[in-house]
Design a protein around this ligand. Structure first.
Ligand SMILES: *Cc1c(COP(=O)(O)O)cnc(C)c1O
Length: 426
């Protein structure tokens, strides 16, 4: 086989080109599947890095994109506005936890979080406070820009860039038996007058290893941050749009964060778009006759009308289709299949939150660079299933159109992989 690494100028993300040649071109996407150049169907069990919610090429969303192209391309978003952005903002406010009133657009999860951090600091700065410290959770992930890496877990992924990263305060992950410690440490940090915000992934820490914690803790975090005037920024970039069983994960704790970041599923996965929602006081802190107090942020493609039209169509799909039923159905199918692994000594920490399941292969080599990661990936690829374990953490985050038969195939592959690959590393 010719190695595309030597023939293509493309540098791929999170890819060691020397040892991980790309295998196939994808020529089409369809439902829960990617179709490669040989006509082989591959089950997209991780929703193409968590963006595809309903399915690949949802008809309503594809149609909306085609329609928008007849009227728009990019439109400058200062001085002017347009209907897709206006309507989408109203729709987002309607669906989001109550009390969020303003929407700032950007184009990726990372920028949505960067905007959230800047909103928080701008809020305090414009009120004459220099609060600037950010508190985050151990094992968190918020993106790959310098700012979001600073707020995320430190490790092999950012060692080279550490000199550029700013310091944050980190609360421990509230694993079983450590919940009170997490609460106490947060309380301790928030007592410091300099803390601006707690930035957190609600209920599920995604890239940090699909770690899960209870809504009750999120409520505690809200209570503590409120008491100390610390802003709560919910990074719902992965958890939003139904993944955790509700539209947004914050709903399960019945709380409204001060700032909410959403991206991945906002267009159903069709086009890049992000939104950072905030409470009125954050917007109002930037209102003034003085132009030096405006919110200094923009990206060229802010509120791209085609992407906003795709977002609107996604909202229409959420309104018109039986989404609750579909998501609960998927959660049920997932838990039925996960059940048989619960007392299986080949795995540890078998867990689920809504439509997401995860289980750690019990091996001696753990962490993101665990040797079993690439072996598992190759094994799943052979079986026509796209699963990309985070080290030894195997997880499924399928699009909602996935069938019982698709899932059976994926779990069979996991079962076999645990024997074939797990055995060597136990
Ligand atoms: C993926 C992700 C991001 C970054 O989103 P990009 O679109 O890749 O920049 C931020 N936060 C969370 C929780 C994510 O899962």
């Amino acid at each position: 086989m010719m190695s595309p690494a030597t023939t293509s100028p493309v540098w791929h993300p999170f890819t060691q080109h020397q040892i991980e040649p790309l295998f196939k071109k994808i020529v089409q996407t369809d439902g829960a599947y990617l179709i490669d150049e040989d006509g082989r169907s591959i089950l997209d069990a991780i929703s193409s890095w968590w963006v595809i919610t309903h399915q690949h090429r949802h008809p309503l969303i594809s149609e909306a994109i085609r329609g928008a192209l007849d009227r728009f391309d990019q439109v400058i978003f200062a001085e002017y506005t347009h209907e897709p952005a206006e309507e989408l903002a109203k729709g987002l406010i309607r669906l989001a936890p109550p009390g969020l009133t303003h929407v700032f657009y950007s184009d990726s999860g990372s920028t949505a979080v960067e905007v959230g951090l800047k909103m928080a600091l701008g809020f305090f700065h414009n009120r004459g406070s220099e609060r600037s410290r950010i508190v985050v959770m151990e094992g968190g992930y918020h993106g790959d820009t310098i700012g979001t890496m600073s707020a995320g877990a430190r490790g092999v992924f950012n060692t080279a860039y550490a000199p550029l990263l700013f310091d944050v305060d980190t609360i421990p992950f509230p694993g079983p038996g450590r919940e009170q410690e997490t609460i106490d440490v947060l309380e301790h940090f928030c007592r410091d007058d300099n803390v601006a915000a707690l930035l957190i992934e609600p209920l599920v820490l995604g890239a940090g290893g699909m770690k899960m914690y209870a809504p009750r803790l999120l409520q505690e975090f809200r209570r503590i941050t409120e008491r100390h005037g610390t802003l709560l920024i919910a990074d719902e970039v992965m958890t939003g749009w139904g993944r955790t069983g509700t539209l947004f994960a914050c709903e399960q704790a019945k709380l409204t964060p001060d700032i909410l970041c959403t991206s991945k599923g906002i267009t159903g996965g069709a086009l890049p778009l992000a939104a950072t929602l905030c409470k009125p006081e954050i917007f109002e802190a930037h209102l003034s006759q003085d132009r030096s107090r405006m919110f200094y942020h923009s990206s060229s493609y802010t509120a791209n009308p085609i992407a906003c039209a795709a977002g609107l169509a996604n909202l229409a799909a959420w309104g018109a289709e039986p989404m609750d039923e579909r998501i609960h159905g998927l959660a049920g199918m997932q838990s039925d299949r996960l059940a048989k692994f619960r007392d299986d000594s080949r795995f540890v920490d078998v867990r689920q939150q809504g439509t997401i399941t995860a289980l750690d292969l019990a091996v001696t080599t753990t962490g993101y660079l665990s040797e079993v990661g690439p072996l598992l990936r190759a094994f799943f690829r052979e079986r026509g299933v796209l699963i990309r374990p985070l080290g030894n953490v195997i997880y499924l985050m399928p699009p909602y159109c996935v069938t019982a038969g698709d899932l059976d195939g994926a779990y069979e592959a996991i079962d076999e992989a645990a024997d074939v690959i797990g055995r060597t590393w136990r």
